[in-house]
Design a protein around this ligand. Structure first.
Ligand code: SF4
Length: 278
């Protein structure tokens, strides 16, 4: 068999893997595909800072490019992930790394399925969350619950965590030094769970995860990437409680996520358009 024939008989996935490996060895582990950024293996937030990708196009090529980004990393069982999360919680539960430790009742680690495909990231615990030690259990949590349902998921099949694990006083925004101190904890959670999709709830979560600051208008309506996860940005549920006009914009963000999810997984019933805010 000629080498040319042999090459064409090689499975396409193997050839892509070979190319990625050779590229990483010869040039850099950073690869840009149609405005999106793929980095082989794991890296921290600063080295994965992406260009803001173009709005997703309906063209077949763009959709295929999104799908072609390989998922790499260790594959773990759900029990192993649960054990790793538990060990990690034990490791950080008495954390004193930043000034938020002083005012907390409980460190709010996160909750949900250790092998969740979909992860929600908020900014920090509020009063109810601080008291109960669980994320999104107050009024904003009820809005998030409805959002999860509307997306076609159950709360116990997603994972919910925050950028900072301790409540900022008077529910103020977390400060830069607090985010910097706590962000490695979120990174570790994402590394363990390896969610395929992440929804950032509000600009603070988006800025922390994506590593750059931009207006919500710029961040929403696009697919971003964090390591091997596709990242979507929408308003924080607490913002919806304050401003009901944001409901429809949030619904648009949910539709974008479901469009991608339906293309890639497609195991949920169609998302219904609500006839009123709920
Ligand atoms: S907010 Fe994070 S870094 Fe600060 S004390 Fe709490 S767990 Fe530690």
């Amino acid at each position: 068999m000629s080498s040319e024939k042999h090459q064409s008989a090689t499975p396409i996935a193997e050839r892509i893997e070979q190319f990625l490996y050779q590229h990483a060895q010869m040039y850099s582990p950073d690869i840009f595909l149609l405005g999106t950024h793929y980095r082989e293996g794991r890296s921290d937030r600063t080295t994965t800072k992406p260009e803001i990708p173009e709005k997703p196009s309906a063209s077949r090529n763009d959709r295929d490019a999104v799908k072609s980004i390989p998922v790499v990393g260790e594959q773990r069982s759900v029990n192993h992930r649960a054990q790793l999360l538990d060990e990690f919680y034990q490791e950080i539960k008495d954390c004193q790394k930043c000034k938020l430790a002083k005012g907390r009742t409980h460190l709010v680690f996160g909750a949900g399925a250790p092998d969740a495909r979909l992860m929600f990231v908020g900014e920090g615990p509020g009063r109810e969350e601080d008291l109960q030690g669980l994320p999104f259990v107050g009024p904003a949590g009820q809005v998030l619950d409805r959002m999860i349902k509307r997306l076609g998921f159950e709360r116990d099949e997603v994972y919910i965590a925050n950028v900072v694990k301790c409540r900022p006083p008077q529910n103020r925004d977390p400060q830069a030094d607090e985010v910097e101190a706590c962000f490695p904890y979120l990174q570790r959670q994402i590394d363990i769970i390896q969610p395929r999709y992440i929804f950032c709830l509000g600009r603070i979560a988006a800025h922390a995860l994506l590593g750059y600051k931009a207006e919500m208008a710029t961040l929403r309506g696009r697919i971003h990437y964090y390591k091997n996860s596709k990242v979507f940005v929408t308003y924080h549920p607490a913002a919806l409680l304050r401003n009901q006009k944001l409901f429809w914009a949030t619904f648009e963000d949910m539709k974008l996520f479901r469009k991608v999810y339906d293309q890639e997984i497609g195991d949920k019933p169609p998302m219904e358009t609500p006839n009123k805010r709920a």
